[in-house]
Design a protein around this ligand. Sequence first.
Ligand SMILES: [Zn+2]
Length: 337
Amino acid sequence: MDKSHPFSRARLSDSAQRRPHPGRRAVIAGLAAVCLPGQLAAQEAVALSVVTTTGMIADAARRIGGTRIAVRGLMGPGVDPHAYRQTRSDIAALAGADLVLWHGLGLEAQLMAFLADMARSRRVVAVADAIPPDQLRPFADYPGRYDPHLWMVPALWLQVVDAVHAAITEADPAGAAGYAIAAATYRDEILALSDYAAGMLATVPAPARVLVTAHDAFGYFGEAYGFEVLGVQGISTESEAGVQRITALVDLLVTRNITAVFVESSVSDRALRALVEGAAARGHEVSIGGTLYSDAMGPDGTYEGTYVGMIDHNVTTIARALGGTAPARGMAGRLGS
Ligand SMILES: [Zn+2]
């Protein structure tokens, strides 16, 4: 945690000390083994325990809450949220949380019924509900349903970050002042990321602005930055790509002279490899332009394992593979470090 964070030396408020909730007792019990009792209140005590589904939501909660809150993200690096089902330890974590933050818009398809049930008795917030429908991409085939992949465009994701901020503040009003300071810092980073993305993606020559990926996670990205986006699978990863779809995409790679396609960290690369082989059989060389973080962030503890690092990686990888001029180490020289 950043030393300048308003909660880096947070103390428990009086009211929080009087009313320890069940989730915190376990944390305190664990700390008691390594701390003298008198040190405890001044150190790692937690005012709010938060469970999130995706890593991107967990990143926002951690940045806004600092050490005042405990955050557990259920879906780690490489995990596909469309297919994820809750484990027994997830259920225990959810049951012990003060606040549950999930994305919504149908992303966590296998958890929806469980979370809706949970919402009747506790604080459960679908953070993507904060985006007005006129900013969402509707599905042609499913009236009233929308593309959930909002995090791909920093300016859109900022509204979700604001919803995370609001939910945390509502659950723990005593921390409001510190949450506001931390959220403002995080917003500034995301705004800088937004500028970097627009600038770097504009360096890709117009005919090369075609993004071929494993599934349709980049629709908002394409609209925001002027890329044609083609997923081998649909919006969800739950259906297999058919032979006809592969053949049609190979035709397109050859006729449009597209030379790079992209693998996703949370989706099998089998269909993408079929595209590369299919194009090669027709004498057209296509390379894998890199691995993109579509629905999950990079490895824990790395820059790519943060929201800003994830998008920096994607933007930089796409721009460079398609003939743009982004710096190899990305926006802040931190990629691959
Ligand atoms: Zn997806």
